[in-house]
Design a protein around this ligand. Sequence first.
Ligand code: NAG
Ligand code: NAG
Ligand code: NAG
Ligand code: NAG
Ligand code: NAG
Ligand code: NAG
Ligand code: NAG
Length: 460
Amino acid sequence: MFVNKSSLLLLSLGSLTGLSDAFWRMSCSIIQTGRIDPIVSPGEVASHVHKISGASNIGPNSTYESLQSSSCTSCEINKDLSAYWTPLLYYEHANGSFEEVPNGGMAVYYLGRGDNKTNIQPFPPGFRMLSGDAAARSFNDTPVSSVEGAEPYGNRVSFNCLTDSPNPQSPQMNMTDCDNGLRAQIQFQSCWDGVNKYLPDNSHVAYMSIIDNGACPPGYPVQLMHLFYEVLYSVSDIALDGGKFVFAQGDPTGYGFHGDFLNGWDVDTLQAGIDQCAIANEAGVVHECPVFAGIDDQNFSTDCPARLPEIDEPVHGVIDKLPGCITVTPGPEDATLADFVCPASAPEPTLLDVDSDSGQVIGSTVNGWTYMGCANEPTGVRALGDATYTSNNMTNEACQSFCAGKGSPMAGTEYATQCYCGSALASGSSLNQTCSNMLCSGSEMEYCGGPDRLSVYQKA
Ligand SMILES: *[C@@H]1O[C@H](CO)[C@@H](O)[C@H](O)[C@H]1NC(C)=O
Ligand SMILES: *[C@@H]1O[C@H](CO)[C@@H](O)[C@H](O)[C@H]1NC(C)=O
Ligand SMILES: *[C@@H]1O[C@H](CO)[C@@H](O)[C@H](O)[C@H]1NC(C)=O
Ligand SMILES: *[C@@H]1O[C@H](CO)[C@@H](O)[C@H](O)[C@H]1NC(C)=O
Ligand SMILES: *[C@@H]1O[C@H](CO)[C@@H](O)[C@H](O)[C@H]1NC(C)=O
Ligand SMILES: *[C@@H]1O[C@H](CO)[C@@H](O)[C@H](O)[C@H]1NC(C)=O
Ligand SMILES: *[C@@H]1O[C@H](CO)[C@@H](O)[C@H](O)[C@H]1NC(C)=O
């Protein structure tokens, strides 16, 4: 699933109260879609499907440290190995099937906001947070803090139905007939207690009084960058049939939209961005911030394409139920744990041991061929030199059957288009390499090596 460049452009204007002050805005494509949530469900299959942008090494067990070993990020700034995620939107057809609503990546805004914005501190390693409430099905009118004039929690989420003429924003998903897409938006907490990198109830962080600006409450002395996500859904691509749009956590109202942030920033880079561009960046354009010059990759979506799923279950296209054990609850009461959690007897999908850089599962065997890892081409000789062909319709399966026909027990794909066969890797080639994740020329669902790198398979 790749980001549609033209749809990303639609994300450009933002929807905050006044965008004249300092910020930078990163575009991101999707790195993975699935029931992954290393903040709420570390090491486990999460209750519902998220679409994730950012560091390639995202998985159920991700931490700041593991994200640092990512080979790339699907967001623009490649010294930001953070992960950003929100729930996926489906359309529940009249016949009960669920269809994934086409969507690209997201825009992530870093804004220099708050009464204490001259003291903004970088997110520390290990910092993570969640904004929003997956269980909410009605507007939460409780003020976000005791600070005078504090806005209600419900205002952290908003929806903007994009048509040729502008529509008012709403805290609920009540306009879905949007020719140019439905934009789901969420603001994050920008006040930190300065001590805890994470607390499961998110009480380590607090909202500014007017959410996208204002004062931090007592007990939260540290001003952070203000994070804001925009996620665009192509609702007009769905053939409506009297069904309804539903977020992956069973939410047809939109009040339960939420976002997660797992910090992966290089601290010095973020600090420099804050010092030089968060308090004084005119346009919000990433590459106009000198700090990001040279580490701002405009080709992020092709340089760091979506990873193969790490959880073995269908989430794309038309599926017969929401992944997990999700009950669609229209509210106004909050959803309960029972609406999210699988009974102990329910079969769980398999957590795959994915090689996060190659996107393939080391040791997994398909059609009698086992994935061995990513190998380099040594100098002077081919890693696998017995037979080769090149095709614009390359897949690992096609290469394997070619090699089998040549009597070779090993098959390696390289540079999206090339197939090499052999009986052992030549000296100087080893399987511990990082591949640069080129999709096969014949399949968007698998990788075929990279420049001078082979995805190597061995006949079992
Ligand atoms: C992830 O964590 C779980 C639980 O801690 C562990 O059982 C599993 O082996 C880990 N998976 C990987 C790929 O590290
Ligand atoms: C339900 O309707 C959708 C949209 O027409 C279709 O794609 C899907 O196959 C149908 N599901 C079943 C089970 O018939
Ligand atoms: C959508 O909800 C908002 C706030 O809840 C309300 O002001 C607006 O009138 C609603 N719009 C429609 C089209 O129902
Ligand atoms: C502003 O930030 C500084 C430095 O982190 C902190 O010491 C101070 O308490 C903050 N002021 C307010 C009003 O929160
Ligand atoms: C981005 O991709 C375009 C088109 O493929 C290419 O011309 C350009 O050099 C690339 N830029 C970078 C920084 O790699
Ligand atoms: C690509 O290869 C697949 C099988 O590997 C085949 O079914 C398909 O027809 C091929 N497409 C083209 C355009 O050659
Ligand atoms: C892979 O292993 C070889 C031989 O043990 C070693 O020389 C090389 O540095 C390793 N490469 C990586 C990327 O770990």
